[in-house]
Write a protein that binds this ligand. Structure first.
Ligand SMILES: [Zn+2]
Length: 575
């Protein structure tokens, strides 16, 4: 039974190292390929032989990555299929743990190889820097600590996943409760919000304990690797060679001075429309004019054909790329029973084609998602000719420029789904969402800066530090009689627990996306050309060069932010 919508797809380039008939889910068949690569490293006595060695390693990594993606796609498209689940778990449990040390052994061979210095400098600069960094930071004593860290992450997810409330006699998850905050009935919203806030507070102590254990572990991991604190360590560990913690602090300050005035303006306008003296936390998600939700399409075929029309209007090449996704069945978009929740874009690394997964139900959010994931897909398609596997993907800070810029560029043609009035309503919600994201990002990132540079802090000091950030970035929302809920609102942000310091990458990318959009207002053809050109670079250049190719400065200070927010405010006034 074939569980994949796209079936068999040939590799983009014929294999020259990995055997055609190999079963890439069977470790005993894979291990000899790593043995061969290890043995061959010593025989690569010239630069050309060493490059061929790198490409063979690349071919193997891509084939294994595609095997893993295929199994993950099959499972998420058919969560009720035992065969798919078994195949996925087999790979995770029997192949991946074996792979990691073997990949690391090849990295070490690379770093100590005499031919390394003879490789063309600019071509291998990023690859070389990343591999050397990975090898340098490895400490055997951190392996057990990282396992411990992952376990604490699981504990947090279990705790949050088990949270439910009884609402009017029915048990509801907090995600279900979140939807009630869009209801026009204000008393109902207040009831729903209060129930959720109180339920979260019941687990507050446990969240604090998990965080305290995580801070201790992470500090130790950093010290073991020779760093003063986890902040310094994580910047190196994430390969952030092109920006510093101080740049991020500057980013937070610029959000306060340049973006908070726009946030307050949006909040005041919302309050006025709702006829409220003060906005309360349950007034932030409802449509301020109490209109029914937008209905962009009736079924997924319609969503795809209208999205195709958006790309036809935007750019002929991108239109061809999107059509390829449809023609090769690289889309699974409808919400149906037996499918995992959420949305993602995955790449089949050997065939070098993208795949988009989502759960469309006919709301405006679906249109945003398909444009976003299409942006990621275009990125994957643009790097198809790159043979060095690690260069076929870029760092998150730039990947999300590809996707978020596509939301903004695609939004110019929302009339494919709506009347002009409706399209403007969707654009307004989208732009306000972008502006409103920055202050929360500043809270989440600034809080983590504080947490890990004050490793011996008390619970009371932590609370005070968080509240200071909420005062700077919380805007005009009145939390009176819910002070405890406000003081612990970070407990719901999974990234703080599971993906430390990751959140700022979205903020950096969103600035790039706004810049592409601003450029397109000034010169549409040039902006789109630069955007497409930057995607072809994949991860082969450092971040500032990827940004520069897309026509964006790699700078998060007020100088860059002020004109972007000015443009967003001007555009909002037209909607
Ligand atoms: Zn994304």
């Amino acid at each position: 039974m074939n569980l994949l919508p796209f079936g068999k797809l040939p590799p983009a380039k014929p294999r020259s190292f990995v055997p055609e008939t190999i079963d890439l889910g069977d470790w005993p068949q894979i291990a000899p390929l790593f043995d061969q690569l290890e043995a061959r490293a010593a025989q690569a006595t010239g630069a050309a032989a060493f490059e061929k060695w790198l490409l063979d390693w690349s071919e193997l990594s891509a084939a294994l990555d595609e095997e893993s993606s295929r199994r993950n796609i099959a499972m998420t498209c058919h969560t009720d299929n035992d065969e798919a689940e078994k195949a996925y778990l087999h790979f995770v449990e029997n192949v991946e743990p074996q792979l990691k040390p073997r990949q690391f052994a090849l990295e070490k061979l690379y770093v100590s190889h005499p031919q390394r210095k003879n490789l063309p400098k600019s071509r291998y600069q990023v690859f070389d820097r990343d591999v050397a960094n990975h090898v340098e930071l490895f400490r055997p004593e951190n392996v057990a600590l990282e396992t411990e860290e992952a376990k604490l992450g699981q504990q947090y997810q279990k705790l949050i996943g088990a949270q439910t409330v009884k609402f009017r006699g029915e048990e509801k998850t907090l995600v279900q409760m979140g939807r009630l905050l869009e209801e026009p009935d204000r008393a109902l919203r207040e009831e729903a919000w209060t129930l959720v806030a109180n339920r979260r507070l019941q687990d507050a102590d446990k969240c604090e304990e998990i965080m305290e254990a995580l801070i201790k572990l992470r500090h130790q991991i950093a010290v073991n690797a020779g760093f003063e604190n986890y902040l310094e360590y994580i910047f190196r560990q994430k390969g952030r060679f092109d920006y510093t913690p101080a740049d991020c602090v500057k980013f937070h300050d610029a959000i306060e001075s340049e973006i908070m005035p726009a946030v307050r303006e949006i909040q005041n306008e919302r309050g006025q429309k709702l006829g409220l003296e003060k906005l309360r936390p349950w007034d932030l998600a409802v449509d301020p004019l109490n209109r029914a939700p937008l209905k962009p399409f009736a079924n997924v075929e319609e969503m795809v054909s209208r999205t195709q029309k958006i790309f036809n209007s935007l750019d002929a090449e991108l239109a061809t790329d999107f059509k390829e996704l449809h023609d090769k069945k690289l889309l699974d978009l409808d919400n149906r029973k037996g499918k995992a929740p959420g949305g993602y874009q995955s790449t089949l690394s050997e065939a070098r084609v993208p795949f988009i997964f989502m759960n469309a139900v006919g709301v405006q959010r679906d249109v945003e998602t398909i444009l976003h994931e299409a942006g990621h897909a275009f990125h994957a398609q643009a790097t198809r000719d790159e043979d060095l596997y690690p260069y076929r993907s870029a760092p998150i800070e730039f990947c999300e420029v590809a996707s978020m810029a596509m939301e903004l560029l695609g939004n110019e043609f929302l009339e494919e789904f709506y009347t002009t009035n409706e399209a403007n309503r969707a654009r307004k919600t989208h732009l306000e969402g972008i502006i409103g994201f920055f202050p929360w990002m500043a809270v989440v990132d600034g809080f983590q800066h504080w947490l890990y540079t004050h490793p011996g802090h008390t619970r009371a000091e932590r609370k005070a530090a968080y509240l200071k950030l909420m005062d700077r970035f919380g805007g005009e929302v009145d939390y009176s009689s819910f002070e405890e809920a406000r003081a612990h609102s970070w407990h719901r942000q999974l990234h703080i627990f599971l993906y430390p310091f990751y959140y700022v990458e979205y903020g950096i990318a969103q600035l790039g996306a706004l810049q592409v959009w601003a450029n397109s207002k000034a010169n549409h053809a040039q902006a789109l050309g630069d955007y497409k050109m930057s995607l072809t670079l994949g991860g082969s250049r450092p971040l500032p060069e990827l940004f520069a190719a897309a026509g964006c400065p790699f700078d998060f200070s007020a100088k860059t932010i002020a004109p972007l927010i000015q443009l967003a405010r001007t555009e909002l006034k037209k909607l």
